[in-house]
Each structure stands twice: as structure tokens, then as C-alpha cells.
Design a binder for this molecule. Sequence first.
Ligand code: NAD
Ligand code: GLY
Length: 362
Amino acid sequence: MSESSRELHVDLGDRSYPIIIGQGLLGRQDLSVFVPGERVLIVTNETLAPLYLDRVAGNFPGKQVDHVILPDGERFKNWETLNLVFDALLEQRHTRKTTLVALGGGVIGDMTGFAAASYQRGVNFIQIPTTLLSQVDSSVGGKTGINHPRGKNMIGAFHQPQAVMIDTDTLSTLPENELAAGLAEVIKYGLIRDIEFLEWLERTIDRLNGKDDELLAEAIYRSCECKADVVAVDEREGGLRAILNLGHTFGHAIETHTGYGSWLHGEAVGTGMLMAADLSMRSGYITADDVARTRQLLERAKLPLIPPSGMTPDHFMELMAVDKKNVDGALRLVLLESLGEAVVTSSFRTENLHETLAHFCH
Ligand code: NAD
Ligand code: GLY
């Protein structure tokens, strides 16, 4: 392991795996120990291949390393693009002993994980996330999948990786709006489970925006720690894990409405978290000051605070009706009982939800 790296573990019995976080890991950290066979297929996209593909090949000494380069974008997180991975695996005669490697953000991670879950009924895979969002959220926990035109992430599988390797140096090339999108998920952990972390974020957010290396590494470590804890308790989202979806029901509605891609996932989640905070206040949980504090932090993280213009309460209601958390037709939402504490509930008043939607739609 590199001297400047730290390690966390996702404890899931025989499916446990490490999260290795550090600077300069690309091309250096030996990941061949996580590869049972002789072959690796790196899945990446047109943006990341010229930046990092050659270096990542150096993480697998002694292995035969192939690659497939996919088009870049949320709108390509679909069957057609997924098939390009299966085409490459079959054309190059990869067996069930192969290991897939996801080199990219959450789109590449989710699609590669789903390909690994289903190729020859399941092969190993490794996550090398390169966006802040994928480093703090999507690469950990084994949710994989693709979008359907009628709903975000509606087709997929749970499939845990063998390892997650986070090289924080990759953030140096990440565009500003993508950094903000990742900060939304970082803020989420503070809001749902850790008031001290939330206060730390309030003190450091401006330096995080400025890509302070040390603070970003700390934010990634603490976010992964929170996610690993939650996933270890409830891998398949029978209960607790649903709190990780704070803001996502509103956010997924925004993403589906806008057709995947014009709003970044993290941006939609940021706005969604503020809407969830507003509904939490109307439901009698948190105070107007708490909502203002949430708004301020999201604003300082440079996240959008209102849904796209033209999106109506009816649009929200229709799209939220297909959310995966819903049970027997009842809408379930993640609300804040206090800052640092979340609850998944269907016991909120429909009038309050309508008030929140009316307040935010313009
Ligand atoms: P993304 O994968 O689309 O990446 C964002 C953009 O940044 C892309 O254009 C990408 O090519 C580029 N990029 C990535 N790394 C870069 C780097 N280091 N330098 C320069 N450019 C870089 O988006 P994302 O925000 O990483 O992920 C969003 C996706 O993750 C959504 O599809 C969402 O549903 C999914 N997600 C999944 C989970 C889960 O638990 N599986 C959790 C959260 C989000
Ligand atoms: N991002 C939500 C989850 O992993 O459960």
C-alpha cells in the first residue's frame, strides 16, 4: 500500500472488501491480488481513457489487461451501451474468471457493476471511481444498474466489488460543477447521520470548493466510513439503508423529467435534499432555522436550490409514484427528524407535500 493511503472495510462476511483511499494510487497500488484469473477488462469512457487508462493498466502487474471505451454521459446509461461491454467480453473471449474494472464516475461504475453481476451469471469487479460523487457514494455498497426512460436506476442488481480504490489525485481534472455534485452527497451524510460532520462541513466548505487536497481526502474518508457502516447493517435496503436516499425521490423526479444529463445527479439530489428539509419542517420535525442552515450549506457548495423551470407539482407527483422506496402504492420519503438524523416514512400529510412542491415549483 502507498504510504499516503488509508483503508476502510465494508464488512459483509465473505463479501467484505477494502476501500483504499490515497494520493498517487493510479498505476502504483497493486490490485492484481483482487484478480483471481489472468485477465482484466477495464471499462471506461471517452473522457477518462486519454487521462487515466494507461496508468490504470499498471495496477494489474502480471495480468492481461484489455479495455472497452464507452460514450460519456448519463444518457448512455442504458441497455445499448451496456451491451458494448458484453460485446467486448464475448469478442475477446473473457471467461467467468475475468475481472471487470470500472474506471470513471458513477455512470461507468453502475454499468460495469451490472455487467459484472450478469456476465456469465456473475464475475468479479473492482471500482476505481474518479468523480467525488462516485468516490463518496456510488462505488461503495454494490448497487449497480442502468436507467429506463420511465425511471432512474430501475434495472439493476446488488453486486459488491472486490475492492474500491480511490486516488484523490483524479479530482484535479474534475470540472467544478461535478465537484459540487459530489459535495451534495457528502453533505447528505452529515444531514442524515452525523451532526459533527455537518458542522465540520460548514467550517470547511469554501476550502472544499477550492479542492483543498487534505480536506477532500478527509471528506471522502468520513463519507465512505458512514456509507460502509450503513451498508454493513442493511446491504439490500430492507430498512436503514434507505436513509441514504435523502433528497433522491425529488431528485430522481428532476432527473427523469429533464431526460437524464442536463441536471447532474448530485445537483438534483442537492435540490431534492432542500425540498426534503422543507417538508420535514412542514411535518413538524425540524425548524425554519435548520432549513435555512441546510440551504446555506448547499448554496455555498454551489448547488442549485430550485427545480428546473416548468416542472410542476403534478410532474413531481407522477414521477415520484414510481420510486423504489414506495410500498403498496404509498409514497415513502426520507425526512429529517433533526439535523444529523433521518427517518424513512410514509406518515407525512399530503397537504404538506403539496405545499412543499408549490413552494419550490415556479
Ligand atoms: P458521471 O459518471 O457521469 O461523471 C461525471 C462526468 O465527469 C462525466 O462526464 C465523466 O466522464 C467526467 N469525469 C469523471 N471523472 C473525471 C475526472 N477525474 N476528471 C475529469 N472528468 C471526469 O457522474 P457521477 O456524478 O460520477 O455519477 C452519477 C451516477 O451515479 C448516476 O447515474 C447515479 O444514478 C449514480 N449513483 C449510483 C449510486 C450507487 O449507489 N450505485 C449512488 C449515487 C449515484
Ligand atoms: N446511494 C444510495 C445507496 O447506495 O443506497
